[in-house]
Design a protein around this ligand. Structure first.
Ligand SMILES: [Ca+2]
Ligand SMILES: [Ca+2]
Ligand SMILES: [Ca+2]
Length: 264
């Protein structure tokens, strides 16, 4: 690199070789005058480079720190997100289990109520059966005969139809109502004339059972009912035991045996 002093000397040589000494002196003064301020820009440049380098280092360090901080925060955020998702799944599982337990508890409550209702029903049925058994035992002990869902009792004395019926009612029963061929056959076992619970006392010719039902299936003996000898025959008895159709209408005030029926 050509220094400033050499440059000046070359310049002087190039311009005028005749006035060398004078120009040398002048140029030396100029160089001396110029040397003092010429050193300052190099220093400034040097300082500027040093300062710039320092700033670059600081900036690099700041960038490194910033980058590491960003990576650290990102990793931390990722961990927190995973933990949050885990907690969310755990909470959802817990809620699901809770709902399942609530449903099971409600189902158990329903089953318990059903079982309780069933137990109450069984208890009631048990009490009902106990009462029925006690009732059966009572009627059997009193000499009643059981046949096809009813107990029957044939009296040992004779009374008018109305008194006969009252006797049955006092025993928790009523005069016999014949609903079927089997019951009709059963009624013919006694060979005595016996009242049954059929009459037309309210309207002549309109035969009604003691429970209020109209007569549908009848077993009148041949020629009956006949109001025999123009008597007012409004009550019915079993008279012709040897015949399947054994019924006869007779005056209600006549005294006969009677059959009570207690439907179970
Ligand atoms: Ca009957
Ligand atoms: Ca009549
Ligand atoms: Ca008659």
């Amino acid at each position: 690199m050509v220094s400033l002093e050499e440059e000046l000397e070359l310049s002087m040589t190039y311009e005028n070789f005749e006035d060398v000494p004078a120009r040398k002196a002048a140029s030396r003064r100029s160089v001396e005058d110029f040397n003092v301020p010429a050193a300052a820009p190099g220093m400034k440049m040097y300082r500027l480079v040093v300062v710039s380098f320092g700033l670059l280092c600081i900036l690099q360090a700041a960038l490194n720190i910033s980058l590491r901080l960003t990576l650290y925060l990102e990793a931390g955020c990722n961990n927190l997100t995973e933990e949050r998702d885990d907690l969310k799944r755990t909470l959802e599982n817990y809620v699901s289990q809770q709902n399942s337990l609530t449903e099971e508890r409600d189902e158990m409550k329903r089953i318990n109520l059903d079982l309780e209702a069933g137990r109450n029903l069984l208890t009631e049925e048990n009490h009902g059966l106990k009462r029925t058994l006690e009732e059966y035992a009572h009627y059997l002990q009193q000499g009643w005969v059981y046949f096809s869902g009813s107990f029957y009792r044939i009296s040992s004395t004779m009374k008018p139809w109305q008194d006969s019926r009252r006797d049955c009612q006092q025993r928790g029963a009523d005069l016999m109502i014949i609903n079927s061929q089997e019951e009709q056959d059963f009624s013919r076992q006694s060979k005595n004339i016996t009242w049954i619970g059929l009459m037309d006392r309210n309207t002549e010719g309109e035969w009604t059972w003691v429970d209020g039902t109209q007569l549908t299936t009848s077993f009148w003996h041949s020629g009956e009912p006949n109001n025999y000898l123009n008597k007012n025959e409004d009550c019915v008895n079993i008279n012709h035991h040897d015949h399947q159709n054994s019924w006869n209408d007779a005056p209600c005030e006549n005294e006969h045996f009677w059959i009570c029926e207690k439907k179970m």
